[in-house]
Design a protein around this ligand. Structure first.
Ligand SMILES: [Zn+2]
Ligand SMILES: [Zn+2]
Length: 338
């Protein structure tokens, strides 16, 4: 089968791999869609090669099941993958947070296990959840990391119609934050440096956009909120400056959630946290049961998730897909298998 690896310094390559076989506890998935995610780009730009097939947003159909699969799962089912495997039995794994297992974990397509930029992916059958009929494979792929990450950050802050939410970064995660916060009833201020992404944010329902290269977003958000500041903010960019601004833009008693990966940042805790009585959340993707919850929300709230998917590629076009996503001007890019 075909699988996409990174050779270092922005070089993706399609290679041939043996077809995987489902052993006990395994599920073999025929991949139908695989999303490109911001965190892929850290590995894509790194100097060294990847050891495993890339792609940590798998969505597809069960092709084969090894012994010991959950009784509710059968061949032919449409599925999403909670793409981590921890020890599977500890307290944290039992909560559905295998990525937080204290004994370590595999991330399928995230550098420690083969991923979904391939014809097939082999994962433990316990990692699968059903994809609702109303959602496409592409939407299921997006939910499996990027969209779900944004949604769960907003859920932690209990975002509602009483909120003005500032979403920093309008890549696929930030755009999903804009879509989800709107669906939760909030007013949304979207912040980015790329005009293409700000235009997309407006199309997806952002009430206001701020280009932080032209306007200080902290001042811009003050102006848009009558001098008060945002009630909640979501940091998806990982940028060191944004990591400070996402706190500075809040009003008293505001909440902030960090989901974007990046380097260290300097924060004035007296001014921006203690004396404003701010609540800070960190969030890393979601649990297996939250993956089900997120998919249900997208269906019931009729979130137009497909609108944030701007580029679709075949598996054979993977090199071009990564090159284009690397420009940071696109919405969600997804590989769609035939
Ligand atoms: Zn565990
Ligand atoms: Zn991701």
């Amino acid at each position: 089968m075909r699988g996409v690896v990174f050779n270092g310094n922005r070089q993706a390559e399609i290679q041939e791999f043996p077809d995987p076989q489902a052993g006990p506890g395994d599920a073999l998935i025929k991949v139908r869609a695989s999303g490109l995610c911001g965190s892929d780009m850290h590995r894509y730009r790194a100097p060294g090669p990847t050891d495993y097939i890339t792609g940590h947003e798998p969505c597809g159909v069960v092709e084969d099941l090894g012994a010991g699969a959950p009784p509710g799962l059968k061949i032919g089912d449409r599925v999403m993958v909670h793409h981590y495997a921890g020890c599977g039995i500890c307290e944290i794994c039992s909560m559905g947070y295998e990525q937080l297992c204290p004994t370590g974990h595999i991330t399928y397509g995230g550098g420690t296990g083969h991923g979904a930029n391939a014809d097939y992916i082999l994962v433990p059958s316990r990692t699968l959840v059903h994809l609702p009929d109303e959602l496409s494979f592409e939407e299921g792929a997006a939910i499996s990391c990027g969209t779900g990450t944004a949604w769960n950050g907003l859920k932690k802050m209990d975002v509602s119609g009483q909120d003005t939410v500032a979403v920093f970064g309008q890549g696929p995660v930030g755009l999903s934050g804009t879509l989800s916060a709107k669906a939760m009833g909030a007013r949304v201020i979207a912040v980015d440096v790329m005009p293409e992404r700000l235009d997309l944010a407006l199309e997806l329902g952002a009430d206001h956009v701020i280009n932080s290269q032209e306007t200080d977003p902290v001042k811009g958000i003050q102006v848009l909120t009558g001098g008060m500041g945002a009630t909640a903010s979501l940091e998806t960019s990982g940028n060191a400056v944004a990591r400070g601004q996402v706190l500075q833009c809040l009003r008293t008693f505001g909440r902030c959630c960090y989901v974007g990966l990046g380097g260290p940042a300097s924060i004035d805790f007296n001014r921006d946290v203690i004396f404003k009585v701010v609540t800070i959340f960190g969030s890393w993707t979601f649990s297996k049961s939250e993956l089900i919850e997120i998919a249900r929300f997208m269906v019931e709230a009729q979130v137009p998730l497909d609108k944030h998917i701007t580029h679709r590629y075949t598996l054979d076009q993977a090199v071009e897909a990564f090159r284009n996503f690397d420009t940071a001007t696109t919405g969600k890019c997804v590989l769609v298998m035939d």
